[in-house]
Design a protein around this ligand. Structure first.
Ligand SMILES: [Zn+2]
Length: 237
């Protein structure tokens, strides 16, 4: 790894980790000014997709909380952090709602919802998509974040870096590998670099409790924001 790359990553991690504290004292504008001094290239707009929403709650956790709520809480924190790093962002949703614009049946609304998400990503110039979801499984033993990637751009490389960052920080001992998002409509139809992050398993009691906590959500966002920023600062996407 080149020295400059290490320097940029250290600066990024420092800024991200200090960001939540700093914003309390300095206000978001001052922090953004500091963020602009970090030598990262920011020609990209990060589209943040909080998966599901509204009548589509996604999975249900072992304590009865809907996946759509976890996704939104994490997506909003990620939005804050990426702003701290000086990035423009675009949120697919900022409230508990589906983003369909037509359809009378549940399945027609779902199709419209997914098409609108794709449209938002594809009409955003120099977009990089980060889609936030949660996992579940019938066997409650399984835990840990897993990153999926779309077919375009630098998706695979970004997913590998992000997966490895999770394994080195929040999921020590995890041997999970990033995977191609073969059956995810959104990921298959975007025309830019994109990753889908399954932040953890809502079927695992211990992990679900962590995923509900503000602290753990912030840590997740630190890993995602720092890795995406470090990656974009060094890659030609
Ligand atoms: Zn989901």
């Amino acid at each position: 790894m080149k020295l400059r790359k290490i320097g940029v990553q250290l600066l990024t991690y420092f800024l991200v980790l200090g960001g939540f504290t700093a914003i309390t004292y300095w206000g978001s504008q001052a922090v953004s000014v500091v963020a602009q001094m970090i030598p990262l290239e920011r020609e990209h707009t990060i589209v943040i997709d909080a998966g599901h929403g509204g009548e589509d709650g996604g999975a249900t956790s072992c304590t009865g909380k809907l996946e759509s709520a976890f996704n939104l809480e994490i997506a909003l924190k990620l939005d804050d952090l990426l702003h701290l790093l000086g990035y423009d962002t675009r949120m697919i949703r900022t409230t508990d709602r589906s983003v369909y614009t037509e359809g009378d049946t549940i399945s027609a609304k779902k199709v419209s919802d997914l098409k609108n998400r794709v449209k938002t990503v594809n009409e955003t110039e120099n977009a990089v998509l980060v889609s936030i979801h949660q996992n579940t499984f019938s066997d409650s033993r399984y835990s840990g974040a897993q990153v999926f990637y779309g077919p375009e751009g630098e998706s695979k490389a970004l997913a590998e870096q992000l997966q490895s960052a999770f394994c080195q920080t929040l999921n020590p001992g995890s041997s999970r590998k990033s995977k191609k998002a073969d059956s995810v409509y959104l990921m298959q139809h975007i025309d830019c670099t994109g990753v889908l992050v399954e932040c953890g398993f809502l079927s695992n009691q211990e992990e679900e409790a962590m995923l509900r906590s503000r602290e753990y959500q912030q840590k997740l966002c630190c890993v995602i924001a720092a890795t995406v920023a470090g990656f974009l600062g060094n890659a030609n996407t």
